[in-house]
Design a protein around this ligand. Structure first.
Ligand code: AHG
Ligand code: MN
Ligand code: MN
Length: 311
């Protein structure tokens, strides 16, 4: 049997989420293709380097961050099933003006420090039932996932209990189901910016020293959360961005990074933890809230918890 396209898959498998959800996936996939074709010419385009602006986190905004933010935000807002859209690059969410049934959060370009070196980057998204506020627990997420701009263009998304991956085939101009029913892998790989060793809390240092002593772990760190989480999903292991002496709250954003990818990893059979609790149980106090995040296979997160101390 032929592999279904993303649109066919959504129609068959997500019918309970309605035609509205299919509309969001269509907006997402067509915007991903446009952003991907812009990124394919990276190095030749005008949208290169820093925009000169800082975002709400005080980080340098790249011109491509702005470009992707504009495209994804507008694509979601133009869906009449979407009520509101929040983005890592927006200080406040935008209302679509439609009486939609969904709210969306996104990180339009994740891993932007990798843009200049042609390394994998991504887009992260989460779809929530419509609410007056985006400050909702991740456990209310309807679907979440990411686009990976790598050697091939991929779109992976999770709904309750199911994670599926699609690869863009430029020959057909469509996303095709390439990774059905993904269950998190079981390889021993740890992924953390170990350059911060001196900043790490003692319990994290103890954990890392202990797994290194086992002699069976590989270290992989792309520096794009999407890339690192994608590898963790397919191969297994653990991804960590804990709090440390320089990042007392952690670095990654609850609404735009930790909750969407935490939800996805949990649906694949893995675990996620933030300061000892399930990140999906945290009610964000503000849109730009950062949290420590550790996610991966159940065994690996369990092992990490053996060393955990609340900070
Ligand atoms: P963004 O490009 O959206 O700001 O996110 C960057 C994040 C994330 O992708 C990655 O895991 C992390 O920053 C890397 O941070 P370090 O450079 O501190 O390791
Ligand atoms: Mn990011
Ligand atoms: Mn970003």
């Amino acid at each position: 049997m032929e592999k279904p396209t993303l649109k066919e898959f959504v129609k068959t498998n997500n019918s309970v989420l309605g035609e509205q959800f299919a509309q969001i996936i269509v907006a997402l996939q067509s915007t991903a293709v446009i952003v991907n074709s812009k990124l394919a010419r990276n190095g030749l385009i005008a949208e290169q380097g820093s925009s000169g602006d800082k975002n709400v986190y005080g980080e340098d905004v790249q011109k491509l961050d702005e470009y992707a933010n504009e495209l994804f935000t507008q694509a979601f807002l133009s869906c009449n099933c979407v009520y509101s859209v929040g983005s890592e690059e927006l200080a406040q969410p935008k209302l679509s003006g439609h009486d939609g049934i969904y709210s969306i959060t996104h990180d339009p370009l994740d891993g932007s420090s990798n843009i200049d070196t042609n390394l994998p980057i991504g887009t992260i998204f989460a779809v929530y039932p419509k609410s007056e506020t985006l400050l909702q627990k991740g456990s209310t997420i309807t679907a979440s996932g990411y686009v990976l701009y790598g050697p091939s263009l991929m779109l992976i998304y999770a709904t309750k209990g199911s994670v599926n991956g699609f690869t863009y085939d430029p020959k057909f101009g469509d996303f095709i189901l390439s990774h059905p029913n993904i269950a998190i892998g079981s390889k021993k790989i740890y992924s953390i910016n170990e350059g911060y060793w001196e900043l790490f809390h003692e319990n994290d240092q103890n954990y890392l020293s202990s797994i290194k002593k086992e002699g069976s772990y590989s270290l992989r760190y792309v520096g794009s959360m999407v890339g690192d989480v994608h590898r963790t999903l397919l191969k297994g292991g653990i991804f960590l961005y804990p709090s440390d002496k320089k990042h007392p709250e952690g670095k990654l954003r609850l609404l735009y990074e930790a909750a969407p990818l935490g939800f996805l990893i949990i649906q694949s059979g893995g675990s996620a933890i933030s300061n000892g609790t399930n990140p999906l149980d945290i009610i964000p106090a503000k849109h730009d809230q950062r949290v420590p995040i550790i996610l991966g296979s159940k065994d690996e997160v369990e092992k990490y918890l053996g060393f955990f101390k609340p900070q």
